[in-house]
Design a protein around this ligand. Structure first.
Ligand SMILES: Cc1cc2nc3c(=O)[nH]c(=O)nc-3n(C[C@H](O)[C@H](O)[C@H](O)COP(=O)(O)O)c2cc1C
Length: 266
């Protein structure tokens, strides 16, 4: 297949989905690569149109076994034209459940044709010093794996004359998709005196839930618990207080210790 450009789209509050997507794109090895970072709300207002000679590489973190709900509007506004796509679900060493299937089916409804899919492991958003979960993933081995996966995708694309020849891609997951976890309070962040009100947390927040000039705390109704503000604070002034989210972090730290390995479908 003649691929003219690679569009690498990712939502990545704590950076792991972005790192995996970029490693896969590097392995694909084409020169014309465009990054589409949809982490910030403004970027999700820009619709994406992709052509039949583009390759779309889409990476999302897994939230409660699903594609993060706030992405559905943007994903469902993609205009594709039999465009080959690579679906990447990046998860925090528990499970990716139905997220990869959901991402693939959502993109296919928009006119994409899934050529490959994968689950990769990223440090869990809830990971902290006292509740470590998949710390520093993706690591060098994961990235090597992701680059090799990219090279295999390129080989597969080279072996096909057109998108119509892409065989149906099977990825794990169930219908109906896992119920979205609801009801967990997002009142789980505390801010210490180390806060200098630099405003970096506000810039990092993917839902505009922080307006630091008025209040360094998050608006719990808009917060999606992504932990970008905690992990990105240069003063380490933000942390999880005793809360349901902290209990979940503790459970994950105790029960998801065995490092999982990336899985590829192509
Ligand atoms: C609200 C929320 C729910 C999550 N649910 C899952 C999950 O179901 N399974 C899992 O393994 N990791 C889960 N994670 C962890 C993220 O998928 C993982 O840390 C991912 O690497 C974060 O991607 P990012 O660095 O691109 O933000 C969840 C994280 C958050 C914030």
């Amino acid at each position: 297949m003649d691929i003219q450009s690679v569009k690498v789209a990712y939502f990545s509050p704590t950076g792991t989905s972005k790192t995996v997507a970029q490693a896969v794109a590097q392995g694909i090895g084409l020169n014309n690569v465009q990054q589409i970072d949809i982490t910030q709300p403004g970027a999700r207002k820009q619709p994406l149109k992709v052509a039949s000679n583009d390759l779309l590489v889409a990476a999302v973190p897994v939230y409660a076994g699903r594609v993060p709900g706030l992405l559905m509007g943007w994903l469902q506004s993609i205009e594709a034209d039999n465009t080959p796509c690579v679906c990447l679900a990046v998860y925090g060493n528990r499970e990716f459940d139905d997220a990869l299937l959901e991402l693939k089916e959502t993109l296919e409804k928009q006119g994409c044709k899934a050529v490959a899919g994968a689950g990769y492991i990223g440090e869990h958003s809830f990971s902290a010093e006292d509740t470590p979960i998949a710390v520093s993933r993706p690591d060098e081995n994961d990235l090597k794996h992701a680059r090799a996966f990219g090279a295999k995708i390129k080989e597969k694309l080279d072996s096909l004359a057109s998108a119509d020849q892409i065989p149906a891609l099977e990825v794990p997951g169930n219908h109906p998709y896992k119920e979205m976890g609801g009801g967990i309070s997002a009142d789980f962040i505390e801010v210490s005196e180390a806060c200098t009100q630099c405003g970096i947390c506000e810039d990092l927040c993917p839902t505009n839930a922080i307006d630091y000039e008025n209040d360094v705390m998050v608006d719990v109704d808009s917060c999606i618990r992504c932990c970008a503000c905690i992990k990105g604070c240069p003063e380490n002034a933000r942390s999880m207080k005793a809360s349901k989210v902290k209990e979940i972090a503790k459970w994950l730290s105790d029960n998801c210790k065995e490092p999982k390995q990336p899985v590829n479908f192509l």
